[in-house]
Design a protein around this ligand. Sequence first.
Ligand code: GLY
Length: 364
Amino acid sequence: MQHITDIQPLSAGSYPVFYGSKVAPKLVQLWRPEWRRAALIADLTTERLFGRQLQGALENNGIDVLALSFEPGEQHKTRETKARLEDAMLAAGLDRSSCVVAVGGGIPLDLGGFIAATYMRGIAHVNVATTLLAQVDAAIGGKTAVNTARGKNLLGAFHHPRAVLLDTGALDLLPAVELKNGLAEAIKHAMLADPALFERLEGWAAKRSSDKPPDEIVARCVEIKAEVVAADDRDTGKRHILNFGHTVGHAIEHGTAHQTPHGHAVAIGMVVEARLAARAGWLTETAGLRLEALLNTLGLPTRPPCSFAEAAPGLAHDKKTTAGVIYCAIPTDLGVTEALGDGPGGWSRATSLDQIEKAWEAQA
Ligand code: GLY
C-alpha cells in the first residue's frame, strides 16, 4: 500500500494514512507488539466482505481476534449497539492492551472509534475504510460518535486512530449511490481548498467510465483533510470549513426523514449555500454555477427534494446553530476559503432562516 500522508493533530500523536488494496498484510505489518488482542468491529456486510479476511491475517500472525458485528445502517449506530459490543469485549476479557480494528464506512468507523475512546478510558484503534465517503472524510480526523433519537452524532468523542488504511479495492464493490456520496465530499474538499483538484474532477467527470475516482483524487482529498485537521483537530475554528453544504444538507436529511443519502443531501446543500453566498456577495456566481455543473455531470442532485418548511426544523437543531444564528461554512472563491466570517475564528458565516429560504426557493 502507498503512504499518502501523516495526520498531525495537536491533541494526539501523528498517524499514517495508506491506500491500496493489500490491506490485510499492511495491518499485520503495522500491528504493534503492545496490542495483545484485537476487537474487530464491522457491520454484518463489511464483516463478510472484508472483516473475515483481516481476522484471518491477524490470527495467522498469532494475534487473538474478537470479531464483533452489528446490523448495518445509521439506525444501529446507537448507545445500545455500543453497549452490546462493549459488554462482549468485557466478557472476553479484553483489557487496555487491546486494539480496536474498525472496518467499513462511516458507521462502523464512528462506532468502533467511540468504543475505543471510552473502553477502559481509551484504547488504540485502527480504521480500515472501505467506502469512498469514509476514505475522503470519516476515517480521518478522530471524530467518533453514535446517534440518538434527537439527532445524528450527538454523543461522541475526539479519539484519533493509530493508523488509517484506505481499501481502494473495496470501492469496486461499492454501489453507485455510495460512490456518489463520497464524490460529493471530494467535490467539497476541492471547493474549499484546491482549484486544481476541482478542475481535475471536472475533467475526470466528463470522461469517466465509472464513478470510482482515480486513487490520486482520493489521496489529494486526504491531504486536504490532513491540513485542516492539523490546524484544528478539536473543531474549534478552521475545521468548521468541512461543514460546507452540511448546514442545509442536514436540514434536507431531516426534511426527508433521512431518505436522502448523506452525500446527495450535501450536494444540494452546497449548491443552496453557494447560491446564498452569491446573493450575499461572498462568492462569485460563476463558482456556484461550476459547482452545480460538476455535480450534475456526476449525476448528483442539485435541487431540494422537499419543501423548505419540511427542512427548516433541521436548521434549528443543527449543532452549529447558536442562539438562533445559523452558521454556514462557505468558500470565498472556487478552491479557496478565507477566515472572513463571523463564526469561531472567522471560518463560518452568520446567516438567517430568511437568507437560506430565499436561496432554497431560488434553487427549488
Ligand atoms: N466530517 C467533518 C469533520 O471531520 O470535521
